[in-house]
Design a binder for this molecule. Structure first.
Ligand code: GLA
Length: 363
């Protein structure tokens, strides 16, 4: 039997920049998924502590991608791809157990995929190595499950380091840990899970991605990462479509915000990153248009309660908000979010603090 653990993630800044070959700054969370892989007599069975029914693929083997419930496709997806890659996958039983809330923008799916990929690599002696694990995990989500995501989540889950955020260049997939320890500055990273149901998130995500690709094509660049802040006005003037202009403005300024936050963290100026986080939220709300009233309300409440900066994290249309808050104000800030939600008639949010932890590992 082999067991691996892989964490969920929070993205500190750099939203919807990953599929534009840009920059992101996520960190791995303490919460995550553990996956146990063991030999079985026949077939391939996946069991989740969070799901009522196990899923077994027997008669069809791994050659046919049978219709399975969404969560199971993240596990079986790895087996399908390994089979396609020519690996002779023996009968297996895979059990997963996760404490990452689903639909909260904390990458429960990356935690699931990366824990399964790590455990399979070990159990089958595949020798994938760090780059191979990243490649397999990304392909599970993009090719097997069919979600057009950009790869940041798997990278953060695999390479996260305790006490650090991970500065990633999503063009060449290089990354470097950057110190991120709010406690050493008397701060906490507060997370408010709005529990807002994701609305149209799949179609809207794909629409943003294809809009960005269309804009890059019209501007004659490989990806929007290649438009700099100096080029921005000129690029905007060359686009007729107001929606595409807003997308370009978001991505170009967001890449720049990642670079400025990394610079500040490298200089040991963590308390100074707040304004860039808040500006990122405004850009997601006004230009990229991926926020919903619940997340805007949570951000406003955190800022009113003394947060140095606050923003939605993750793909959008619901999910979590993060705020950088002086430790002494953390309780009051949580109360402020809950009160604002009650006033607005929203359901109760879940508010907690988060620290950066290590990435995927044998458990
Ligand atoms: C989701 C995707 C990531 C990334 C973010 C937005 O989490 O899985 O690849 O695009 O949205 O930054």
């Amino acid at each position: 039997m082999t067991r691996w653990f892989a964490p969920g993630r929070i993205n500190l800044v750099g939203e919807h920049t990953d599929y534009n070959d840009g920059f992101v700054l996520p960190m791995a969370l303490p919460m995550g998924c553990s996956a146990e892989v063991r030999a079985a007599d026949s077939g391939w069975t996946v069991v989740s502590r969070q799901e009522a029914d196990p899923v077994t693929v027997e008669a069809t083997g791994l050659a046919d991608r049978v219709d399975v419930p969404g969560w199971a496709s993240y596990v079986l997806g790895a087996l399908w791809l390994l089979h396609d890659d020519g690996v002779d996958v023996p009968p297996l039983r895979i059990e997963v157990d996760s404490d990452v809330p689903t639909g909260a923008g904390l990458s429960s799916s990356a935690a699931l995929v990366c824990s399964v990929a790590g455990a399979l690599d070990d159990h089958l002696g595949l020798g994938l190595g760090p780059d191979g694990l990243l490649d397999l995990s990304r392909r599970v989500e993009n090719d097997a499950v069919g979600a057009p995501t950009g790869g940041m989540d798997q990278l953060a889950s695999l390479r996260g380091e305790a006490g650090h955020a991970l500065f990633c260049d999503m063009r060449d997939l290089t990354s470097r840990p950057v110190p991120f320890d709010p406690a050493s500055s008397g701060l906490v990273l507060l997370v408010a899970d709005t529990r807002a149901p994701h609305r149209h998130s799949d179609g809207e995500y794909g629409a943003r991605r294809s809009g960005c690709e269309r804009a890059a094509g019209l501007l004659g660049v490989r990806a929007l990462r290649d438009v700099t802040t100096d080029d921005l006005d000129d690029a905007l003037a060359r686009l007729d479509d107001e929606e595409l202009r807003r997308y370009v403005r978001h991505v170009v300024t967001e890449d720049d915000r990642v670079l400025s936050v990394v610079r500040l963290l490298d200089e040991g100026r963590l308390p100074d990153v707040g304004p860039a986080l808040t500006a990122s939220h405004a850009s997601m709300r006004d230009d990229f248009r991926i926020t919903v009233p619940e997340v805007d309300t949570a951000v406003e409440a955190l800022l009113d309660a003394g947060a140095l900066g606050a923003r939605m994290t993750g793909g959008g249309f619901g999910g979590c908000v993060i705020g950088l808050v002086p430790e002494r104000d953390a309780g009051a800030a949580g109360d402020a979010v809950r009160a604002a939600f009650a006033d607005a008639g929203f359901g109760e949010p879940d508010v907690f603090t988060a620290a950066a932890e290590a990435g995927a590992r044998p458990a």
